[in-house]
Design a protein around this ligand. Structure first.
Ligand code: ATP
Ligand code: MG
Length: 663
């Protein structure tokens, strides 16, 4: 009998599966390399093949670092690598900057003055903390004085950190209207830093700044990591901010380390979060030995879509000159522009067309509806529901930021970090009759005891003795008394003396503790239970509680969808659709003032307008076979509807490139 072995990876013909430009990048030995090319040209594919090839060549997986825009993207790339290279890619470090920072800081945060087992605050926690601080420093007068809301304080803070500028400068340049509040804002930011530190917590931005600080200030750790990583690869480099660029420089700073970054300046869409397209423009200046690779073939889209994409982006002034030729030549339905009388009719069009396409055999998972802002999706959501078309939506609240999920997670956070003020407050505020004042009092008393216990037991990372004993002496305000004993007993149940419970067991227990609260607080109780069950299902690979909690904080909405339902249509903001592709793409709400946004139009800032156009370019380049561009002539409901001309991005397109569909 003849038994055929699968070809080994070493036998794989890389040149046959890549074009010459891609192949050159995959195989280069350059110490620094930049791949810069338009959408759909195979940049991500190039990185994936390069990793596979490195493994083929015998590079140990743990010596490779792959930085991507989402954790899901990393996971998918590594699965692909495993199938290409015919071996496990499990030990490769892959993920977002935040998740890699978390991984390193888990090992070394003590060197920066943190206690072991720090907590990560997500956006929702951050807002909660700012809200409490506004209350403390401004009090009731905040409304009268038009004192900025927690959300604004959060954005200003974050933008300053991510652009590496002081918040004062950021305030003066980008938030000038807040001028008169500068002094109080300063006090709030100071208190914010103190409260985080006391809670042994880092927000997302701290993950980056702390990693950078760690690498800069601690030579031993830096040298160790530089010796570890032989290859650093970065996707979507056009959207890195100054902290990330510096982190890359340090992590890839070993003399034997190679660095490859790939990106497309025309797809830089995160400047509002501090990303700076200059990093990709100046890569060759930063690394004078850098080899630059360009890819000029587009594999994603049919020629008609590629033509319209190229025409759209040609109106931007500042860009690397790029030509993109289509590799595909079939299926030339021209992109359609659809003016709808109003937003409801636009949604009806989208739903009806999707229905037809699915009836014609196109799977729901190959269809996406994209928009600039989450609320633009509301009418389409309603219409799809009415038509029984299943969809999944990746914009809006993150799965883990939903209230009921946070109610459960708060207990686990407090279990792992007794200094976590936000988690503590969340738990006690679910006790009937406990208001803000009582919660504050309780927190002070709790914190004093917890802190003393941890000081007395320096080898413990969290409280290991029964909570009912440790906190027996805490003074409890009358309002909280009926629930306090039960709370401590429940905490005891979460860490029995004889064994360590798994994250799934913990979630299950907490859910039973707070069942009454869940029933009373949420009308769709059953669905919420489903979500909580999903929480453990999607994170079942977390080794321990800390790993579980890091994942909860760092994974994005998309990461929690373990399996993609083939029938489900995707609804997504354009920002979150970066790097992805679908056979059929609808871009909706393309009215002037909606997209580009009227605020950008009014400000007249060229940079901002160009970013809007890049966002439009990202949207249209997601489509493989069919592209529908629609807008509502009237937007809103009868009493407040606004007339809305077509977006300038549509009117700028040469008419011969599209077909007009009149409804
Ligand atoms: P984006 O700018 O949107 O991130 P990209 O440049 O990263 O796009 P990829 O997503 O890597 O592009 O590739 C786009 C599509 O083209 C994918 O489906 C990919 O598999 C396919 N593709 C890329 N290169 C080739 C090739 N040489 N042969 C066949 N298909 C290819
Ligand atoms: Mg890509």
């Amino acid at each position: 009998m003849k038994y055929t072995l699968r070809p080994t990876a070493a036998g794989r013909d890389y040149a046959a599966e890549l074009n010459p430009e891609q192949y050159a990048a995959v195989t280069t030995n350059a110490r620094h390399a930049l791949v810069i090319a338009g959408a759909g040209s195979g940049k991500t594919r190039t990185l994936t093949y390069r990793v596979a090839r490195l493994l083929d060549a015998g590079v140990a997986p743990w010596r490779i670092l792959l930085l991507t825009f989402t954790n899901k993207a990393a996971r998918e790339m590594l699965e692909r690598v495993a199938s290409l290279a015919g071996m496990g890619a499990g030990q490769i470090w892959g993920g977002t900057f935040h998740s890699v920072a978390n991984r390193i800081l888990r090992l070394h945060a003590v060197r920066l003055g943190y206690q072991p087992g720090f907590t990560i605050l997500d956006g929702d926690d951050q807002r909660a903390l700012f809200r409490a601080l506004v209350k403390q420093f401004v009090g009731k007068s905040s409304k009268n004085d038009r004192f900025p809301k927690a959300e604004v304080l959060q954005s200003l803070h974050s933008l300053a950190v991510n652009t590496g500028r002081s918040w004062q400068l950021t305030l003066r340049t980008e938030y000038a209207h807040l001028d008169k509040h500068e002094e109080v804002i300063g006090k709030i930011y100071e208190a914010y830093a103190v409260r985080k530190k006391e809670s042994n917590a880092m927000d997302f931005d701290d993950l980056l700044t702390n990693l950078l600080r760690l690498l800069q200030a601690h030579e031993d750790i830096r040298t160790d990591l530089q010796g570890r990583f032989l290859h650093v690869l970065v996707d979507e480099y056009q959207d890195t901010n100054v902290l990330q660029a510096a982190i890359i420089g340090l992590l890839a700073g070993g003399l034997d380390t190679s660095l490859m970054v790939v990106g497309d300046d025309a797809q830089s869409i995160y400047s509002w979060r501090g990303a700076n397209v200059d990093h990709i423009f100046e890569f060759s200046n930063t690394y004078p030995d850098a080899e630059v690779f360009k890819i000029e073939t587009n594999y994603r889209s049919v020629p008609a879509i590629l033509e319209i994409s190229n025409a759209a982006i040609s109106n931007n002034t500042r860009q690397f000159a790029k030509t993109l030729r289509p590799a595909r030549d079939t299926g030339c339905m021209k992109p359609a522009i659809i003016p709808a009388p109003d937003n409801r009719t636009e949604a009806r069009f989208v739903a009806q067309r999707i229905d037809e396409l699915m009836a014609a055999g196109i799977a729901g998972k190959d269809i996406a509806v994209l928009y600039r802002a989450h609320f633009h999706s509301m009418d389409v959501q309603m219409e799809l529901t009415r038509n029984h078309i299943p969809y999944r939506i990746t914009s809006g609240l993150r799965f883990f930021e939903q209230a009921h999920i946070k109610d459960v997670v708060a207990w686990l956070r407090l279990l792992s970090n007794p200094r976590d003020e936000i988690a503590f407050r969340r738990i006690v505020s679910t006790f009937p009759r406990v208001g803000e004042a009582t919660a504050s009092k309780l927190w002070e008393n709790w914190f004093a005891v917890a802190d003393a216990w941890l000081q007395a037991n320096p080898e413990a990372t969290t409280i290991t003795a029964p909570h009912s004993e440790v906190f027996a002496a805490v003074k409890v305000p009358a309002a909280a008394r009926p629930h306090w004993g039960g709370f401590l007993a429940s905490m005891d149940d979460l860490h029995p003396a004889d064994k360590v419970l798994t994250p799934a067991e913990l979630v299950h227990l907490v859910q039973s503790f707070i069942d009454a609260h869940l029933r009373a607080s949420y009308e769709n109780y059953e669905e919420r239970l489903e979500d909580i069950a999903q929480l453990t299902r999607s994170l079942s690979d977390a080794a321990d509680l800390d790993a579980f909690l890091s994942q909860v904080a760092l994974l994005s909405e998309d990461d929690t969808q373990t399996e993609i339902d083939p029938d489900c249509v995707t609804l997504s903001t354009i920002h979150q659709a970066k790097g992805l592709e679908w056979k059929v793409v609808f871009v909706i709400f393309l009215g002037e003032g909606l997209f580009p946004h009227y605020r950008v139009i009014q400000s007249g800032e060229m940079d901002d307008l160009e970013e809007e156009l890049r966002l439009f370019y990202v949207a249209v380049t997601r489509a493989e076979d069919q592209l529908y561009l629609s807008y509502p002539r009237y937007n809103g409901h009868s009493y407040d509807s606004q007339f809305c001309p077509p977006s300038r991005f549509l009117t700028a397109l040469p008419p011969e490139l599209y077909e007009l569909w009149n409804l």
